[in-house]
Design a protein around this ligand. Structure first.
Ligand code: SAH
Length: 465
C-alpha cells in the first residue's frame, strides 16, 4: 500500500488553498464542511463562495505560518510546484490537485453519509476505478445510513452501560443495523426507531425481525430497477419472484439468497395466491428478510395490495419499492410518448385479460378521442378490444402499437390501425408478455423508435403476404 489512509480533524485549523478556480472551489467547500479555517490565495477568485476566504493575490511563504494542510489548485504548474516545494521544506502535507507526483497527500473519492463517510482511492493509479467503486458503493448504502449512524452515536453511552461485555455489545449492534431499528430509520420513522432501540436494550435482545419488501422489478431490463430495489435484493434472505422477472434482474440479488419462483406464467398458474401469502408469512415469521419481487410495478395489476393486506393483518412489517410499469417501459422503449400536447391529454391503464374484465370496461368512454389506452394482459383479447372500440365510435384509422417483451433484447413492436387489430390478433403471432397501446401517439414509434429492431408495419406486411 503506497498511501496511508486517514481521516484528519481539521476543526478550526488553518488550511491554505492556492488557486481561485472551480477546482479550488470544490476543495474549499469540502474543507469548510469539515470545519477548517480556509485561507485562499489567488490572483482572482471566480466563485463568490471563495471571496470570504481570499487573503492575498500572490503566494508567499509566510502564508504557511500556522497552517496544517496546503492545497495547490492553480492552473500554473510552476506555481503549484513552488507551493509544494515550500510546504515540503516545512514538513507540511500538501496536495497538488490531480498531480499525485507532486503531492504529499491525496484526497480520496468519498461516499458521504455523515457521520458515516466512506473514502476510496486508487492511489492515483486509476482514478476511474476509484470512481467506479464510489458509484457502486453509493448504490449500496441509502441516505438513511447517516441517520442510523447518528442514532447509534446518540445511544452509544447507554448501550455501553447496558451491555458492558464487548462481545455481547457487538452482537447487539450487528442485529440492530440489520433489524427492525434500521428498517424504521429507513422509513423515516425516527421516534418509532428510538422506541424500538430502547425496547430491545431493556429486553436485552434485538431480534432480527422478519419483514417483507414488495419490490417492483420493472419490465426486464435490469437498468430500469431503482436503487432501492437493488439494495433490497442485496439484503434479501429469501426472494419470492414472479416468472416474468428476468434472469438479469435476479442476478443482482445477494448470492446466497434463496430464490423461490412463485409467479404465474401466462395462463399456467403455478403457485396460487394463497400459497404465496403462506410463504411470505412463513419466511418473515422465521426472522428472514423477504423480497417479494414482481414484474413492473407491484401496485399495477400486480396484486400487491392483496399481499400487503395479508401482511398487515398478521402484523408483519413491510415496505414497498415501486417499479417501472410495463406501460411506461414499453412506451419509452418503443418510442411512443404516452401523452403528447398534440394528440393525447390523458393515459388510461386498463386490463382485459378475460371476458369478464372486458365486459366490465366502460367502452364508450374508452373510445373517446385524444387519450392513450395502455392495455395489459390483452393478448387473448386484442380482437375484442378492437371490435369494442370501433363499435363505440373510435376512429378506425387510430394507430395502435403492440409491444412484446418490452425493454428486453427480444423486444418486438408491431404498428397497425384499430381496424386491422382483429387481423393482427389472428395472424400476427403475438406472444405474451405484450402491451397494447391505442392512440395517435402509437404512430410516433415509426419515427421515434430507438431500441431493438424497427417496428413492423402490419398493413404493409399483410399486403406482402
Ligand atoms: N405489475 C406489472 C403488470 C403485471 S400484469 C407491471 O406493472 O408492469 C402482466 C402484463 O403486463 C402482461 O400481460 C403484459 O401485458 C404486461 N407486461 C409486463 N411486462 C411486459 C413487457 N416486458 N413487455 C410487454 N408487456 C409487459
Amino acid at each position: 500500500m503506497r498511501y496511508f489512509p486517514l481521516f484528519a480533524d481539521l476543526q478550526g485549523r488553518r488550511v491554505l488553498v492556492v488557486g481561485g478556480g472551480e477546482v479550488a472551489e470544490r476543495k474549499v467547500r469540502l474543507l469548510r464542511d469539515a470545519g477548517a479555517s480556509v485561507a485562499v490565495v489567488a490572483r482572482e477568485v471566480r466563485a463568490e463562495s471563495l471571496a470570504p476566504h481570499w487573503i492575498a493575490r500572490e503566494f508567499d511563504e509566510s502564508q504557511l505560518d500556522g497552517a496544517t494542510l496546503v492545497v495547490a489548485a492553480t492552473d500554473d504548474p510552476a506555481l503549484n510546484e513552488r507551493v509544494a516545494t515550500t510546504a515540503r521544506a516545512r514538513h507540511l502535507l500538501c496536495n497538488v490537485v490531480d498531480d499525485a507526483e507532486r503531492s504529499s497527500f491525496i484526497v480520496p473519492a468519498i461516499v458521504d453519509r455523515s457521520p458515516l463517510v466512506i473514502a476510496i482511492s486508487s492511489g492515483g493509479a486509476a482514478p476511474v476505478l476509484a470512481r467506479l467503486a464510489r458509484e457502486r458503493i453509493e448504490t449500496l448504502f441509502d441516505e438513511s445510513v447517516g441517520a442510523l449512524a447518528k442514532l447509534l452515536q446518540a445511544w452509544r453511552a447507554r448501550i455501553k452501560g447496558a451491555l458492558p461485555d464487548v462481545t455481547e455489545r457487538r452482537r447487539f449492534y450487528e442485529r440492530l443495523v440489520r433489524g427492525r431499528v434500521a428498517d424504521l430509520v429507513r422509513r423515516r420513522q425516527g421516534d418509532a426507531a428510538e422506541a424500538e432501540l430502547e425496547r430491545s436494550l431493556v429486553a436485552g435482545d434485538a431480534p432480527a425481525r422478519g419483514s417483507v419488501v414488495l419490490v417492483g422489478a420493472g419490465p426486464g431490463d435490469p437498468g430500469l430497477l431503482t436503487l432501492r430495489a437493488v439494495r433490497a435484493l442485496q439484503e434479501a434472505d429469501v426472494i419470492l419472484h414472479d416468472r416474468l422477472v428476468s434472469e438479469q434482474v435476479l442476478a443482482l440479488a445477494r448470492r446466497d439468497a434463496t430464490r423461490v419462483p412463485v409467479g404465474k406464467a401466462a395462463r399456467a398458474h403455478s403457485v396460487n395466491q394463497d400459497r404465496i401469502h403462506e410463504l411470505m408469512l412463513e419466511h418473515a415469521r422465521a426472522g428472514r428478510r423477504v423480497v417479494r419481487l414482481k414484474g413492473g410495478d407491484p401496485f399495477v395489476f400486480g396484486r400487491g395490495g392483496e399481499e400487503l393486506e395479508v401482511l398487515a393483518r398478521h402484523g408483519i412489517p413491510f415496505e414497498v419499492v415501486p417499479g417501472i410499469t410495463a406501460a411506461l417501459a414499453c412506451g419509452a422503449y418503443a418510442g411512443v410518448p404516452l401523452t403528447h400536447r398534440d394528440y393525447a391529454q390523458s393515459l388510461r391503464i386498463i386490463t382485459a385479460h378475460c371476458g369478464d374484465s372486458a365486459a366490465a370496461l366502460d367502452w364508450a368512454s374508452l373510445a373517446q378521442p385524444r387519450q392513450t389506452l395502455a392495455l395489459y394482459m390483452g393478448v387473448a383479447a386484442l380482437g375484442t378490444v378492437g371490435e369494442q372500440l370501433l363499435a363505440h365510435g373510435r376512429d378506425p384509422g387510430t394507430p395502435v402499437a403492440v409491444i412484446e417483451n418490452g425493454s428486453r433484447p427480444d423486444q418486438r413492436v408491431t404498428l397497425a390501425t384499430l381496424d386491422s387489430l382483429d387481423d393482427l390478433a389472428r395472424c400476427g403471432d403475438i406472444q405474451s408478455p405484450a402491451l397494447l397501446i391505442v392512440g395517435e401517439v402509437a404512430a410516433l414509434a415509426h419515427s421515434l423508435h430507438w431500441f431493438g429492431e424497427p417496428p413492423r408495419h402490419w398493413q404493409v406486411l399483410r399486403r406482402v403476404a
